[in-house]
Ligand binder design. Sequence first.
Ligand SMILES: Cc1cc2nc3c(=O)[nH]c(=O)nc-3n(C[C@H](O)[C@H](O)[C@H](O)COP(=O)(O)O)c2cc1C
Length: 168
Amino acid sequence: MYKGEADWTLIAKVKENPRITMPIFGNGDIDSPQKAVEYKNKYGVDGIMIGRAAIGYPWIFNEIKHYVATGELLAPPTIEERVEVCKKHLLRSYEWKGPVVGINEMRRHYANYLKGMPNIKEYRSKLVTLKEIKEIEEVLDEIVTQYSGYDFERSAIELINYHEHCPV
Ligand SMILES: Cc1cc2nc3c(=O)[nH]c(=O)nc-3n(C[C@H](O)[C@H](O)[C@H](O)COP(=O)(O)O)c2cc1C
């Protein structure tokens, strides 16, 4: 699909071209609110798009929005929020792709939704092997019960090089 680091200098060149009047958005390698603001200012773009950092972590958009507005970082989402979104994702995947493909395709996402949680391996193994949506939802509910109140640390989002590890 692509590999290496995004070259934002080329995006800046397009933006600097006086003949270009339409809004120019940049993307590539943005993985935090700080980097979003830094790159927007450095390269002068009108907006930024996010790809990999949003996979299993859709909170990135609100985090950036909040950081731009206030200069402050939001607290990471709680386990309740993570599982709620993960369950919605599972349900939509199930409805859209059907009970087999929909459930199989979700398997690559659990690790991201549950990233940074201690001793989660056993639950994760269950999530990626169970075949019935009800059973998967039950495991997700159990994770909420087990980890309720867990204090997530703000950790860096890992940007996978899909050229080498293409999940699609
Ligand atoms: C799952 C996935 C699917 C993508 N599909 C396309 C695509 O169909 N066409 C395309 O031009 N770029 C595609 N991209 C590349 C993204 O648009 C983006 O340029 C790239 O991921 C770099 O941004 P990022 O560092 O924020 O991920 C895809 C990226 C991902 C992660």
